[in-house]
Every structure is written in C-alpha cells, then in structure tokens.
Design a protein around this ligand. Structure first.
Ligand code: ADP
Length: 442
C-alpha cells in the first residue's frame, strides 16, 4: 500500500474514533463541521506527503532500477527536502563512480585485446581445466584456421601430446615450460607455456606464446645444405688435382706426353676452383650489399660490350647473336645488371647447339624494362624449371661439373635482379630452346 493512502486510512480511522468521543459533547452540526474540516486536512496533508516524499522516493526507485540494469548514464534531479537531496546526491555519485570504473575496465580490456591482436606471436589462454578461453589472430593465421577454438584442448587443436602435457604440468604448479612443436601444416613453433596466478598465489590459468621458427629453421637448413654443397664442389677438383700431382710425382712426370696431359687436367681443375671461388664471392657480395647506385645506363652499348667480351666462345660454338634493342636508358645498378646479363648470355651460348642462335630483345613497357635472352639450345625439362635458380642446381648432373659451369650462375642472376626490385622468369621447350626474361623497373 502506498504511503499517503496508508496515512489517509489511519487518519480516517482516527477521525472516526475521535468523533465517537466528541459526539457526547458537541451538537450534530458542530460534529459534522469538525469531521468535514478533519477530513479536508487529512487529504491536504496526505497530498503534501505524496508530493514531498512519495514522488521523489518513487523517482529514486526508478533510477536505482535502471542503474542496476546497467544503464549508468541515469542521474537524479537534485530537488526536494534535505534528506531526499542527500539520498539523490549519493546515488548520483555512486552512478558516476560506477560508470568511471566500468569505463576503465572496458578501456583496459579493449587495450589488452588490441595488444593481443597486434602481437606477431600467437597467443593462447587456457583456463584451470586446460581448455582454451582466448586466442589471437596471429595464432589462427599460423594454424591456417578461422574456427573458434574456445573450449577446445591444445591436444584437439595441435595434436601434439607434448604441448598438452606441458600445459597440464604448468597448471599443476610446474614452472614455465618451453618446447618446440611442428604443426599439421609443417610450421615449426616454439611454445612458451607460463602459469598465471591469482591474488592468493594459486595457479588459475596458463598462457602459451608461440614463436614461428619455420623461416629460421628453413634458413638454417639452407645454410647447412649450402656448406655441404660447397664442400662437395671443392672436393672433386681438389681430389683430382691431388691424384694427378701424386701420379706425376711418382714417375709420370718423366713421360712428357702424359705429363702435359696431366698438367692440363690440373690446370683445368684449378681454373674451375678459381671460378667457383669467384662466383661464391659474387654471391656473398650480392647478398650482403644493398644496391644504392642507380646509374643512368644506356642499355644497348652495355649489351654490345657483353657480346664483344664473349667473342671467343661465340666463335667456338659457331652461334649467331641477334640483338634487337632500341636506344633505351634505364636507372639501375650497373654492375648487377651487367653480371646478370653476362651470365644469361654465357648460358645461352654454352647450352646452345653448334650453329644455333641467341636472340636478345629489349623493350620498355609500362615503366619496366623487359630484357629477354632466347636461345635455340637443348632446352630444360619443365619439371626442372622451378629449381634451376637454386645454388649448385644443374639439370644434367653427370655433365654439369665437367661442362665447366659452377652451378651458381642463375642464382647470381636471380639475386642481382631481385635485389633491384626486378624479377627473372624462364620458359623452355626441350629440343627447341629456352627464354630467360628480366623485368626491371626503368
Ligand atoms: P651453370 O654454371 O651450371 O651453368 P647455372 O646456374 O647458370 O649454372 O645454370 C643451372 C643449370 O641450368 C645449368 O646447369 C643448366 O643445366 C641449366 N641451364 C641454364 N641455362 C640454360 C640454357 N640457356 N639452356 C639450357 N639449360 C640451361
């Protein structure tokens, strides 16, 4: 029952009881007048109570209900009696503090989410049962999935029992664990599993941070392979030089015919070693130096210069050189372009058939130089094409080293061109010939 209704009810009961007593002392008309006045006062008084107390209280109740429902922007108008004003002010202050705290919490959460998303490393948070509660997009990217991983266990997601065991151990109180795992998509990840403790110091959850080591491991493997390949490339000519020298020393030097023959072989092997060292140095320089010079180069004279310096080889192989190059000026590192061009022309001559042709075309299209070296040689099998730019890769493994090449020429070309923002591509048909095309920004 409302406050003012209850006041009216009590007052009417009081008026009834008092009138009962007054009926012994007053006349009927006097009693009626007193009752009317008392009833009027009762209603006026209860109206006052309603306006001054009930209505503000009801407003306070309405605002409190909205605050409780989470609408923290609600405020009370500060009017009325002192007690109501104090209550309203307190309620407004409470709403303001709550709103500020909620804002701080939400800012903190948003900041945390932004940091997690901006992290290059994959992050996964697990609850006390070892189930995933949070992941960032870097982790989903590494795993190649956009599924929601919440409530799954690491074992279900990674299928690596060692990761699951590490998480369980950390949740059981063990210190930070670090391990390396390989995912289903062959990515190598280093996982650091750390405990998260609550205010009481008990382990509450665990965080796993993943570093993607795939690229590092690939480079390590490449370096190991490279060292093995270099050793192998050096070993063959060195063994040959040692063998022939020993045979010469143990008597063959006395037969002039054999001696000259052996010495020629030793010289050939020494020259091969020299070429190998020179190509390796070129490659090392290309890898370590950033091209800074962008000379303005007249292309045609440069190509003619390369052709002129190969005159002997061209004559020996009886190949025809056809140059189709307008007057073009391009801005690039001169020595890198020269090296690339020289290697492509050397190959086009070397792997051509006697009497074949080498056609060199150059043109500018959409701000790019397209420079093609096309030969009429033996061609390259299509399955070998993706690998010919690798170091020491030779198509004809048995003939490769004997043919004088180091197996480094095309990887030098690739480095020289790509380091200047260009690309190199190849098309080839067995028995018909090959076309190598350089594309360089003008
Ligand atoms: P190499 O020193 O052996 O020539 P490259 O890196 O220049 O090394 O070439 C790698 C391999 O690609 C060569 O061994 C050869 O088998 C093949 N190759 C390169 N250029 C040509 C070409 N124009 N025609 C046919 N095969 C080629």
């Amino acid at each position: 029952m409302r406050l003012h209704s209850r006041l009216i009810a009590w007052n009417l009961l009081l008026i009834f009881l008092v009138s009962f007593v007054l009926a012994f002392y007053l006349t009927a008309s006097q009693l009626a007048l007193v009752i009317v006045i008392a009833v009027v006062f009762t209603f006026v008084f209860s109206y006052g109570v309603r306006v001054l107390i009930s209505r503000p209280l009801r407003e306070i109740a309405t605002v409190s209900r909205k605050l409780a429902a989470g609408n923290l922007d609600q405020r009370l108008p500060i009017t009325g009696d002192e007690e109501i004003v104090v209550l309203g002010t307190s309620l407004n202050a409470m709403a303001q503090i709550l709103s500020a705290r909620m804002q701080a919490l939400s800012d903190g959460k948003q900041q945390l989410e932004l940091i997690l998303e901006a992290m290059g490393q994959g992050v996964m948070v697990l609850d006390r049962e070892g189930r995933i509660t949070l992941t960032n997009s870097s982790l989903l990217k590494v795993l190649g999935t956009d599924r929601d991983l919440a409530r799954r266990t690491p074992l279900e997601v990674f299928r690596r029992p060692e990761l699951e065991n590490a998480v369980r151990a950390v949740l059981a109180g063990e210190p930070v664990q670090t391990l390396e795992i390989t995912t289903g998509s062959n990515r190598v990840l280093q996982a650091g599993v750390s405990p998260v403790t609550n205010a009481a110091g008990a382990v509450d959850s665990a965080v796993v941070v993943f570093h993607d080591l795939t690229e590092i491991r690939r480079l390590e493997r490449m370096r190991r392979d490279f060292v093995a390949n270099v050793s192998h490339e050096f070993k063959t000519p060195l063994t040959s030089i040692r063998g022939y020298t020993e045979t010469l020393l143990s008597g063959a030097k006395d037969d002039p015919n054999i001696a000259v023959d052996f010495l020629n072989t030793i010289q050939r092997n020494a020259q091969h070693l020299e070429m190998l060292v020179s190509d390796l140095l070129k490659l090392a320089r290309l890898e370590s130096e950033v091209p800074t010079d962008r000379d303005a180069i007249d292309l045609k004279p440069m190509i003619e210069d390369v052709i002129a310096s190969r005159r002997n080889a061209i004559h020996e192989r009886e190949v025809q050189i056809v140059l189709e190059c307008p007057e073009i000026q391009i801005h690039t590192d001169r020595s890198r372009l020269y090296t690339a061009l020289a290697n492509l022309i050397d190959n086009a001559i070397h792997y051509n058939k006697p009497g074949g042709e080498v056609r060199i075309n150059a043109e500018i299209e959409d701000g790019y130089l397209f420079l093609a070296v096309v030969d009429t040689g033996q061609g390259i099998p299509s399955e070998e094409l993706p690998r010919i730019f690798e170091r020491f890769y030779r198509v004809d493994k048995s003939r490769g080293r004997d043919s004088g090449g180091t197996g480094l020429g095309l990887s030098i070309v690739k480095h020289a061109i790509e380091s200047q923002g260009g690309t190199i591509s190849v098309t080839s048909r067995l028995g018909t010939g090959s076309a190598f095309t350089i594309r360089l920004p003008q």
